[in-house]
Design a protein. Structure first.
Length: 199
């Protein structure tokens, strides 16, 4: 990853630490009414609190994709743990499944507790979710206003969604715990470390 991208991530993470209360949840507001969750065997409208949202990640995946099926169980566990620790974070599933029924089957089968964009609404939100590569599994992480902080593709190279999860943990920990006066040191160190450790 280029030094310019690393510095951009560090500066964005610093701004998140310095003023976490400024985010109005524009990303989730734009998705209002177009999110669903799986409850038992049926899909129901999701209620997501956009006013308290500080960060969003989009997970691009499909049940027909073997690497996705391998990654998703760990992601479900990770999400449940991170959501308890950082309630202002939200993960949203963006399905590449062939039909709404296939998407629902995938969500149910893997017990996805995070919301998904309604299958028939995905195309109208692609500019918002900023897919950054052609392959799946893929992930994009951004602040609540839609500024991209990390992606599974960087400089045309596939880092994978696991690398993005590390970025998410670093930024959320810094924004929740570091005082503004020491943010540049804390975030800078974490942001550079995550690019040296590939999953």
């Amino acid at each position: 990853m280029s030094l310019n991208i690393r510095l951009l991530i560090v500066s964005l993470a610093f701004s998140l630490v310095a003023s976490p209360a400024t985010y109005a949840g524009k990303v989730l507001t734009a998705l209002a009414g177009d999110l669903v969750v799986i409850e038992g065997k049926s899909v129901t409208p999701a209620t997501v609190q956009s006013s308290s949202n500080t960060h969003v990640a989009f997970y691009f995946s499909a049940e027909w994709c073997p690497p996705c099926r391998k990654f998703t169980p760990g992601l479900v566990t990770w999400y449940e743990e991170i959501k308890q620790k950082y309630p202002g974070f939200e993960l949203i599933f963006v399905s590449s499944d062939k039909s709404p029924a296939d998407m629902e089957k995938y969500m149910e089968g893997y017990k996805m507790s995070f919301p998904a964009i309604i299958h028939t609404k995905i195309e109208q939100h692609m500019d918002l979710v900023k897919a950054t590569g052609n392959g799946i599994p893929n992930m994009t992480f951004m602040d609540a206003d839609g500024n991209v902080l990390s992606t599974a593709y960087a400089d045309g190279n596939y880092r994978g969604p696991g690398a993005v999860l590390k970025d998410i943990e670093t930024v959320l920990a810094a924004s929740a715990n570091a005082p503004a006066s020491s943010a540049s040191n804390t975030v800078g160190q974490g942001a550079f470390d995550i690019f040296n450790d590939k999953r």
